[in-house]
Design a protein around this ligand. Structure first.
Ligand SMILES: N[C@@H](CCC(=O)N[C@@H](CS)C(=O)NCC(=O)O)C(=O)O
Length: 215
C-alpha cells in the first residue's frame, strides 16, 4: 500500500515528489506528460477529469488533486519532517497565503501558456498571449518577493514545502533568469533549494538542469 503520484518530469508534480522524497515515503509514479500528449491526458482522466497532473492516490485509494493542497496535506500529515509551520505557529498564516497565491495567481496561468489557443481568437495572437502571460507571472513573483521577509528560506530558516513549490514553479516560463531579476530575495532561496544535497539525485531524475535551463 503506497502513494501513487500521477506526474511528469519537469511538471507541477515535482514539488510533491520532492516532498515525499524528503519525508522518506516510497511512492509509485505514473508518468503522464499531459501538456503534449493526448494519450497521457487520457491516462489521468480517471483520477482527474481536468486531465492534469499532479494527482495523488493515497494508500487508501482516495484521490487528491491540486498541487498546493497536496503539499499542505503532506506537510501536515508528516509533521516530523518539519516541512511546514503547523497550526498555532505564528508563520502559518503567511505560509497558507503564499501557497494559495503560487497556485492561483501563477501556476493556473500555465493552462493558457500550454495552449494559447484556449483563449486566443487567432493563431497569430498566440505569441502575444504567451508574452502577456509571462509578464503577468513576473509581476506576481515581484509582488510576492516585495512582501516577504525571508531568512535562509521564505518563511524563516527552515525549508518548507513553500520553498519546494516556488523553486519548481519558478523554473517554468518566464524562466529563471527573469525570475532572478524580478524576485531577488527568492532568487537566493531557489538557488539554495536547487543545490540541496538531499535532492541532488532527485532533481537530476525529475527536473534535470540541462545546459541553458535558466533561460
Ligand atoms: N491547479 C492545478 C494545475 C495543474 C496543471 O496545470 N498541470 C499541468 C502540468 S504542470 C497540466 O497537466 N497541464 C495539462 C493541461 O492543462 O492540459 C494544480 O495546482 O495542481
Amino acid at each position: 500500500m503506497e502513494y501513487t503520484v500521477f506526474g511528469a518530469v519537469g511538471s507541477g508534480s515535482v514539488p510533491i515528489e520532492a516532498t515525499l522524497t524528503l519525508i522518506g515515503i516510497p511512492y509509485e509514479l505514473v508518468e503522464a506528460v499531459t501538456w503534449v500528449d493526448e494519450t497521457a491526458r487520457s491516462r489521468v482522466e480517471a483520477v482527474n477529469p481536468l486531465r492534469q497532473v499532479p494527482a495523488l492516490a493515497f494508500p487508501s485509494g482516495e484521490i487528491m488533486t491540486e498541487s498546493a493542497a497536496i503539499l499542505i496535506h503532506l506537510a501536515d500529515r508528516y509533521p516530523q519532517a518539519r516541512l511546514a509551520p503547523q497550526i498555532g505557529d505564528a508563520r502559518r498564516a503567511q505560509y497558507l497565503r503564499w501557497m494559495a497565491y503560487v497556485s492561483s495567481a501563477i501556476y493556473s496561468l500555465f493552462w493558457i501558456k500550454g495552449d494559447p489557443m484556449r483563449i486566443a481568437a487567432d493563431k497569430k495572437d498566440a505569441p502575444r498571449v504567451i508574452d502577456r502571460v509571462h509578464d503577468r507571472i513576473a509581476e506576481c513573483w515581484r509582488n510576492m518577493d516585495q512582501q516577504i521577509d525571508p531568512g535562509r528560506y521564505i518563511l524563516g530558516d527552515e525549508l518548507s514545502v513553500l520553498d519546494l513549490y516556488v523553486t519548481v514553479i519558478s523554473r517554468f516560463g518566464p524562466w529563471r533568469t527573469r525570475f532572478y531579476k524580478t524576485a531577488p530575495k527568492m532568487a537566493e532561496i531557489v538557488r539554495r533549494v536547487d543545490a540541496d544535497p538531499r535532492l541532488r539525485d532527485f532533481w537530476a531524475r525529475r527536473f534535470p538542469f540541462k545546459p541553458g535551463w535558466e533561460n
